[in-house]
Design a protein around this ligand. Sequence first.
Ligand code: HEC
Ligand code: HEC
Length: 276
Amino acid sequence: MTNTLWTTLALIGLGTAVGAQDSNSLSIEGESIVTEVAAPAHMENVDTIYSGWRFRSAETQALEMDDFDNPAFVFVEQGMDLWDKVDGAAGKACSSCHENIEDFAGLRTQLPRVDDGELVTMENLINECRTDRMEAEPWKWSKGKMTAMTGLIGVQSRGMPMNVAIDGDAAPFWEKGKELYYTRVGQLDMACSNCHEDNYGMMIRADHLSQGQINGFPTYRLKNAKLNSIHGRFKGCMKNIRATPFKEGGDEFKALELYLASRGQGLSVETPSVRN
Ligand code: HEC
Ligand code: HEC
């Protein structure tokens, strides 16, 4: 383990169960990751935004600090195999057309974005290449092949600040996402905001509530030992409040994804993160 890791762990030990943990610096493989920054101007009720990493236990935090310890990298490596694998009627692999995976550095920070009037996520861009350019089957939104690839492409932006566009063409999608974030749903009649804005820092059963940021996705969860998509997590939260979840890849979750990405502006991309 590195010195930074020990220092950070020592600092975390002094934290309390309520509020974000004391350590505000995360360093992964020597790269510094911003986990706390002033909230973007559009957020009316929150002054400071924090990565979900800050709310995890010291043990869970440590898993993300070293790529060798981070279980998500098994899946990122599967993504690298898929990158070179020929698939579909056109007889191509991703690497037949895209020279270097590193060329995707920065892409994660800007998604979702509007292309030709449509809001598109990383999954949409990948499947567009699969169906239109490879003549292959699209990958399922939250299944292993897709999350391996979103993990591989996402990690190329690790350490770069989230920076989605919310004006111009994106404005109506952003407004829709915002409305969904504050709308109470389900038998428990709760909105995302009731937990992730009004009560972050509090314990909920055995879980330490975060601001529900998406800068670390896809995220490896100890709970299910795999990479989890953004929409998969939204679905889980909706089920927890006994609401009928929207469809993964549907307009509602894409709009919500844009809105949540904008609530994390300035936080570093942490992909692939580790959570419980
Ligand atoms: C036949 C060539 C071809 C193949 C094969 C291909 N792509 Fe693409 N891809 C393109 C072109 C052309 C674009 C649009 C121009 C650009 O952004 O590079 C693109 C765009 C993308 C983008 C969006 C980039 C951006 O900055 O907006 C992603 C992500 C992507 N491809 C991923 C993949 C993945 C993953 C695979 C394999 C599953 C793949 N592509 C296979 C040609 C291809
Ligand atoms: C009843 C409280 C509650 C509500 C309401 C709720 N969540 Fe969550 N959410 C949780 C808990 C608990 C976790 C796991 C601990 C944490 O990261 O906050 C979580 C985690 C998340 C995460 C993962 C954060 C990370 O760092 O990996 C995201 C994203 C998220 N929620 C989004 C949403 C969205 C979007 C909504 C509204 C559709 C929502 N949540 C509604 C309780 C809630």
